[in-house]
Write a protein that binds this ligand. Structure first.
Ligand code: SF4
Length: 219
């Protein structure tokens, strides 16, 4: 029972004067991750920091379990995500969900999924470096609230946004880098699920990477 409720209850049973020891106050509970994420999301719901705000239906926030040891980071919302307001809900999302279940033995809602850019680029083009830079502070804050063990970059755009340098995902997939803003967090690099849908031969490599990710995250 809080202080106000206690005072009311005491008044009801006849206490007319109540003395408080100096320093007694209602203790504030620290904010939980969900509350902090909701505050962050409402701070950029109407963001116009980059040109992508002109073509979006809505800003697409991260989604899932903020206590997950793994955060998956993709490129940007596509058409389905822009319409539904959730990341990875189209074909690529279905493929990713399947691998999360089959290889990590988890459900989609057990992990956290987000993007480096929170608004859909027109015609599903790649976000430009300027758009990624404009949006990155939101992702950085999001990651600092969640504090995952592993950030799994899905594709080169996510990896370049997080690591801040150009790379070829076919050369670095399956590798680990330190997260530049907190070296205790591992950045794991793999393909974007949309790439696997276009190149089904790489499915085996993606499964291999998911097995490594499982080990890295201690799942
Ligand atoms: S992509 Fe990011 S920076 Fe650009 S308008 Fe959307 S929320 Fe703002």
């Amino acid at each position: 029972m809080g202080l106000k409720e206690t005072v009311k209850a005491l008044e009801k049973i006849g206490f007319s004067e109540i003395y408080l020891t100096q320093g007694v106050s209602e203790k504030k509970q620290p904010k939980g991750k969900r509350e902090l994420l909701e505050e962050l999301f409402s701070s950029y719901r109407n963001c116009t920091k980059c040109p992508l705000h002109k073509s979006r239906t809505q800003v697409v926030f991260g989604d899932g379990n903020p206590d997950s040891p793994v955060v998956f980071v993709g490129e940007a919302p596509g058409e389905d995500e822009d319409r539904q307001g959730r990341p990875f809900v189209g074909r690529a999302g279905k493929y990713l969900n399947q691998k999360i279940e089959q290889v990590l033995s988890l459900k989609r809602e057990d992990v956290y999924i987000t993007n480096v850019c929170k608004c859909r680029p027109p015609e599903n083009r790649k976000p430009t470096p300027a758009e990624i830079n404009a949006c990155f502070p939101y992702l950085r804050k999001e990651l600092s609230i969640i504090k995952p063990k592993v950030i799994c970059c899905l594709g080169a755009t996510a990896a370049e946004g997080i690591l801040g340098k150009k790379l070829s995902i076919t050369k670095v997939r399956g590798q680990v880098r330190p997260y530049p803003y907190d070296p205790s967090v591992k950045v794991f690099l793999t393909y974007h699920p949309a790439f696997i849908l276009r190149n089904p031969k790489s499915d085996g490599e993606f499964v291999e990477d998911m097995k490594k990710l499982k080990e890295l995250a201690g799942l």
